[in-house]
Design a protein around this ligand. Sequence first.
Ligand code: TMP
Length: 218
Amino acid sequence: MRQGHFIVLEGVDGAGTTTHSRRLCDALGKKIAVHETREPTAGPVGALLRQALTGRLVTPGALGVRPPAWNTLALMFAADRLDHLEAEILPLLHARISVVCDRYYHSSIAYQSLTSGSDSAATVQWIREINRHAIAPDLTIVLDIPAPVAAERRRRRPGVEIFDDDPLQAQLCEFYRELERHFPDQNIVHVDSNRAVEAVSADILAHAEHRLRSAKPA
Ligand code: TMP
């Protein structure tokens, strides 16, 4: 039985999920036992994914070297996630430690379906299927941000990743805005991330504390 709460932060690149996961953990940590984590993880599959994201992971094929295709990436993200759950998240939740995770399977549904070339129901269904053994979060907080603001934030970051593409990120913004369409049974809230960091953090903390107060872990 899970005894800690599992809280996920989601959003496009530049929405602030990493900053706000840290700030949420710092704030909650003053009151309860909480652990901060992220996907892709620092584990074996996560390390490969980090290389894939920066274009350093290529495989030789009949047509020359090429990066992994969207479906290979989807399987890698799912494998990293199941390892993450088994090695880190579930033992902590069972030990009454709450977990805040920077990205989770919502990112797979969003990014891998939109980069598949066909974000059809069948594609989304397949990504769901390979994530079937991943537990549902108690609360998912989506950081909403206008696409041009996120693009400007990304431009200020060092390095380029394979999903640093403005038209793709604009599609992702739309996808995240309606994330609950894909997860109608889940507890999903939206926070406007296009504000001062303190104001955004305060709203995120209020949502998390409300969930902690109002419901036992699933
Ligand atoms: P980040 O750690 O800077 O957020 O980068 C992770 C990137 O990986 C980000 O562009 C989103 C992407 N991603 C997926 O495409 N699928 C996934 O399942 C996850 C967890 C992340």
